[in-house]
Design a protein around this ligand. Structure first.
Ligand code: 3HC
Length: 320
């Protein structure tokens, strides 16, 4: 993100704004807000929307290969939900005065970020279970917090999206539980998926708080109510018991339980891997962008038709 110009906001208005945040007030699109507050929201919300849309790719990969009609229908519903979440959050960015088409072009040009988790491949059907259970599970932890964000449109979007993410997590966990209780080969498939998706899921919460350049402002302005590390710890504490309940092992032999804090103390994340994937050198980064670019090109005729229809309607209404 290009560095914002030094703030030209009226200090008096910034003080009034920050007093509103301190009182727990919700900021609405027509309210005055510091330019940096607006830019931070555009950054975060656009990346979130991109994540929802790109996230359809690894899961859509298995719709034609789902092991039963029930699994196929459940996965189709989930992927459709993700598309809706993306469009919903793009609508949220438009309340901040940006055009979603510009945001999409940033994604297609490779300059916009999306959650690095979606740059990993879905190699077996068990991955669809692991993605629902872990990736949507991590997203729920994060988005439950964002549902209390100071910016009204984003917070309200999260309330609706979290309801659907809960379905996503349940269907994923049920897939994992079914496989884990199946044949030894099925149990091994589920364990392999957990092994491959566990650490990238922890990375979804971002770098450590001390290495998070955005968290300070986001916390001061009530967008982030909890830190990256707090949310990651909450996710780990919630998930370890779920893995044990279906006889799967968290791939972290160094993990210990702290009786005082009741936290599962996990090993250090491979931050070299995290930044490598964020910066574009993950297993599927190129494939994901190529797929998005092809979908955009293939959809050009739809956009052209919609624009032609809108112009025709405008001419008809001005002639009336
Ligand atoms: N993947 C890619 N980039 C990441 C990342 C990740 N997992 N975690 C952090 N980064 C990037 C940040 O975008 C930032 O780069 P930028 O300044 O160029 O944007 C940089 O790393 C430093 O990280 P910070 O901690 O300073 O960034 P944030 O304060 O924005 O925190 C975040 C990162 C926790 C992801 C936060 O942006 C956030 O909560 N975003 C909204 C939620 C979201 O995007 N969720 C996506 C999950 S996927 C999903 O919901 C789909 C569903 O179907 C599962």
């Amino acid at each position: 993100m290009t560095p914002a110009p030094a703030s030209t906001d009226d200090p008096k208005r910034v003080a009034e704004f920050e007093a509103r945040i301190a009182r727990g007030e919700t900021i609405e699109p027509k309210d005055w807000m510091p330019e940096k507050y607006r830019r931070q929201l555009i950054r975060m919300m656009s990346q979130h929307a991109h994540s929802e849309v790109v996230g359809m790719l690894p899961e859509g990969n298995w719709i034609t290969r789902a092991p039963s009609l029930r699994r196929k229908m459940s996965l189709m519903a989930k992927v459709q939900d993700e598309a809706g979440h993306g469009l919903y959050i793009y609508c949220g960015t438009e309340t901040l005065g940006v055009d979603r088409h510009d945001l999409v072009l940033q994604l297609l040009s490779g300059t916009a970020k999306y959650s690095s988790i979606f740059n990993y491949p879905t190699l077996t059907w068990a991955d669809i279970g692991a993605v629902g259970w872990l990736v949507d599970g991590a997203a729920i932890v994060n988005q439950t917090m964002l549902a209390k964000a100071s910016y009204g449109p984003y917070a309200r979007a999260m309330v609706r999206i979290c309801k659907e993410e809960n379905f996503h997590k349940r269907q994923g966990y049920e897939i994992m539980a079914t496989l884990a209780a199946g044949t030894p080969e099925q149990h091994a498939m589920a364990q392999d998926a957990l092994n491959r998706w566990w650490w990238p899921s922890l990375m979804m919460f971002g770098p450590h708080d001390a290495d998070s350049p955005n968290s300070g402002e986001l916390s001061r302005w009530g967008i982030k109510r909890k830190s990256n590390d707090e949310l990651r710890q909450r996710f780990v504490n919630l998930t370890v018991g779920q893995a044990k309940a279906i006889n799967l092992t968290i791939p972290d032999p160094g993990m210990t339980f702290d009786e005082d804090t009741k936290n599962w103390i996990f090993s250090e994340i491979d931050w070299d891997e995290f930044w490598r994937v964020v910066k574009g050198d993950g297993p599927c980064n190129r494939e994901r962008l190529a797929a998005r670019r092809k979908a955009h090109d293939d959809g050009a005729w739809v956009r052209a038709a919609a624009e032609a229809y809108a112009e025709k309607q405008a001419r008809a209404s001005s002639a009336a």
